[in-house]
Design a protein around this ligand. Structure first.
Ligand code: GRF
Length: 216
């Protein structure tokens, strides 16, 4: 079974969705550790209640990004994880950290990348009048929200929507696609090869899509 660590800053609903998949019979991966960058992360209690070991690398105790990143890397190495899923982790990682975990580091971002990198993605999609929005699971590279996308969850949005309503629907999709990607990687069906994504042995030309017609 592929050992996976999940790194969070907040409530950890994606972590929980990944954990529930990991705990189901026949899962090809298991969660060996949930790590938060702050004691207040709500996901820590969720993880503990699921029997998953947790640890905190408190960001406020580190003088700079390099020392925090080194401590996080050491914690991940100690956990034995071979795949790392960032799930609502609200810090930018250094190029050195990303390089060290190249091909083993995933993130989920609440937009149809390459659209809307960064924050406030739901409001930006609505303000632009987009007909579709969603979430993307991607390998992490040194470019923020810029690594190769593996899978996207797409849904319709409309003029009657609010950022909060869209956020709730996007979260529902996130909880499907993130565990799905972890499973595909653990099965060896998704692979990172020299900066590109391969699916079933062939280059992935465009992201895998999970679509819902859930309208506004
Ligand atoms: C998700 O919307 C994810 O796309 C973004 O942060 C949020 C985390 O939510 N990166 P949760 O903590 O998993 O509930």
């Amino acid at each position: 079974m592929l050992p996976l660590a999940v790194v969070i800053s907040g409530r950890g609903s994606n972590m929980e969705a990944i954990a529930r998949t990991a705990l189901a019979a026949g899962s090809p991966f298991k969660i060996v550790r949930v790590i938060a960058d702050r004691e207040s992360a709500g996901g820590l209690a969720r993880a503990t209640s699921l029997g998953i070991p947790v640890s905190v690398v408190p960001v406020r105790k580190f003088a700079d990004r390099a020392s925090f990143d080194a401590a996080l890397a050491a914690e991940l190495d100690a956990s034995g994880a071979r795949l790392v899923a960032l799930a609502g982790f609200m810090r930018i990682l250094s190029a050195e950290f990303v390089q060290r975990f190249e091909g083993r580091l995933l993130n989920i971002h609440p937009s149809l990348l390459p659209k809307y990198k960064g924050l406030d993605t739901h409001a930006r999609a609505l303000a632009a009048g987009d007909s579709h929005h969603g979430a993307s699971v991607h390998f992490v590279t040194a470019e923020l929200d810029g690594g190769p996308v593996i899978m996207q969850g797409r849904l319709r949005i409309g003029p009657g929507d609010t950022p909060d309503a869209v956020s709730a629907r996007v979260h529902t999709l996130e909880h499907i696609i993130y565990p799905h990607v972890c499973t595909l990687i653990a099965q060896g069906r998704i692979e990172w090869r020299d900066g590109s994504v391969y699916f079933d042995g062939a280059p992935l030309a465009s992201p895998l899509i999970e679509e819902t017609d859930a309208a506004a």
